[in-house]
Design a binder for this molecule. Structure first.
Ligand SMILES: [Zn+2]
Length: 503
């Protein structure tokens, strides 16, 4: 049964089983105060990043690279909290409802950007920051028009309307837009044949399309679009030689530009493909995108050190997957082998699928796993992969409602030897988002406290407001109101079925 039908069925039956009951009696309301204001605000969103991802990256950095993550140093020494992520009508959020909660300070239904399900637009925080004279920047590894950046600047009932969102970006006029998504800007690829690049250039933007152009431009206003859709995973950029900028390189280009504006700036940086790698159950791709985020984080922390009137908020919007490192061997002594074996991963499943094409044979599949994932598949496993790619027969049953064929590709290389891992002992139960609380951390001068505690994702809006001295309130909607509207509109736009998309 499709998610849509489930929702419809339970609504018609009059059950409130889907209500998150966010307002449970006695739930503590945690509203931390910053105690000071800042000129600049940077929000760094780790999309789809769980504590399991954190643990694996921390272990990999220590054991294989002999270093400590910048994120570990941040979490250990600066104000840190846990964020509840549920949306207005689901314990499991997707990225637009999570972005809305952070940028608008109110809960919404999954699927729209800075908008309630009845069409009431909300003012996203970066729009308010712009009105207050701040320069605005968006830097992401997804399409630049994707939900997490877009939900901070524009309102749209459909997060997937990225052609329209690209036009809304032109109308909004942020100083820096860097990410992927040529298909939403190029006249050859847009359905209406409009040339958004020309329109941006006319509006005074330097339009850059390659890492070299990005490094060389000295324009004040910048639109950088570096790939047809999302920017390739870090693992592919690093080991397969794909010519796109790293997240750090994009941040490096954005910071001096924004810092030159006298009234300060608001910048969102998103490590957006951690979520996608987790949807695909691709532990190697997740690891390298987390490590790439860490390099960008290090740069951002150095910027804050040099510009003490800047607050950096580091937050995850929700967890996806989630793939945990499982204990192995007597007294779990063999667990670390899984970390060592990750070193054999040299490409994402996305890249591997491109190389394999639509009709590979088992020998080609085995060779691809050996060369790109460092794993020797058995015959039966390779045949499952072939069937997944050629015939859309996915395996095992339990992960069919994930992102396919990638989840079958991940299953094929799952650890089978609990005593002594010969493959990374990282397991995924699903390719979906989860309800788990996620990380929040602050970095800046004059923060006289250590613990943010457990708080709601809407509190990120209040922290940003305190930081820049911008106070306003968006209208709230109750869970009951939202469900009434959805009930009257059973075919309401919602998430596409997860098999079709990464949300
Ligand atoms: Zn997602």
């Amino acid at each position: 049964m499709k998610r849509r039908d489930l929702l419809k069925g339970s609504l018609l039956a009059g059950t409130l089983a889907l209500l998150p009951k966010a307002q449970a009696q006695g739930a503590p309301q945690n509203r931390p105060g910053l105690g000071r204001r800042y000129r600049n605000l940077i929000v760094f969103v780790y999309d789809g990043f769980s504590w399991e991802d954190y643990a694996i990256a921390q272990a990999y950095a220590r054991r294989r690279q002999g270093r400590t993550l910048a994120l570990e140093r941040l979490l250990a020494r600066y104000p840190t909290g846990l964020v509840n992520t549920y949306s207005l009508t689901s314990y499991v959020t997707e990225s637009s409802a999570a972005a809305n909660a952070m940028s608008c300070g109110v809960k919404t239904v999954n699927g729209g950007l800075a908008i309630h399900v009845d069409g009431t637009p909300l003012k996203p925080f970066f729009a308010a920051a712009k009105e207050a004279g701040k320069a605005v920047g968006l830097v992401t590894t997804t399409t630049v028009t994707n939900a997490t950046p877009a939900g901070f600047v524009v309102s749209n009932p459909d997060r997937n309307a990225e052609e329209r969102i690209a036009e809304q970006y032109l109308e909004f006029g942020a100083e820096v837009y860097l990410g992927g998504g040529d298909c939403f800007f190029s006249p050859e690829r847009r359905s209406d044949k409009k040339d958004l690049y020309a329109a941006f250039a006319q509006a005074g933007y330097a339009v850059v399309r390659t890492p070299q152009d990005l490094a060389q431009t000295n324009a004040d206003k910048l639109l950088g679009v570096f790939s047809e859709s999302h920017i390739p995973y870090e693992i592919d950029r690093r080991f397969q030689g794909l010519r796109v900028p790293s997240l750090k390189e994009m941040v490096q280009a954005a910071l001096p530009r924004l810092a030159s504006y006298r009234q300060g700036f608001a910048l969102q940086v998103e490590a957006g493909r951690i979520d996608h790698a987790n949807h695909l159950n691709d532990a190697g791709a997740t690891l390298w995108d987390v490590l790439a985020a860490d390099e960008a984080l290090e740069l951002l922390m150095a910027f804050v050190d040099q510009h003490p009137d800047t607050l950096l908020i580091v937050v995850s919007d929700h967890a996806t997957g989630t793939g945990g490192l499982y204990g192995a061997g007597q007294s779990y002594l063999e667990s670390s082998l899984g970390i060592d074996l990750l070193e054999g991963q040299k490409a994402s499943f996305e890249h591997m699928l491109r190389l394999l094409g639509s009709s590979p044979d088992p020998a080609q599949v085995k060779e691809a796993y050996r060369a790109l994932k460092g794993v020797g598949l058995e015959d039966g496993e390779a045949e499952r992969v072939v069937r997944a790619i050629r015939e859309k027969v996915y395996w095992p049953e339990g992960v069919r409602h994930g992102v396919q064929p990638a989840n079958t590709l991940a299953w094929a290389m799952a650890q089978r030897n609990p005593e002594r891992p010969d493959r990374p002992n990282i397991g995924f139960a699903s390719g979906q988002h989860t309800a788990s609380p996620v990380m929040l951390a602050l970095y800046g001068q004059g923060l006289g406290f250590q613990n943010l505690g457990l708080l709601d994702n809407t509190q990120v809006f209040h922290l940003m407001g305190q930081a820049l001295g911008i106070r306003y309130q968006n209208p709230a909607m109750s869970e009951e109101e939202a469900l009434e509207i959805l009930k009257a509109r059973p075919q309401a736009q919602g998430l596409r079925h997860p098999e079709d998309t990464l949300a």
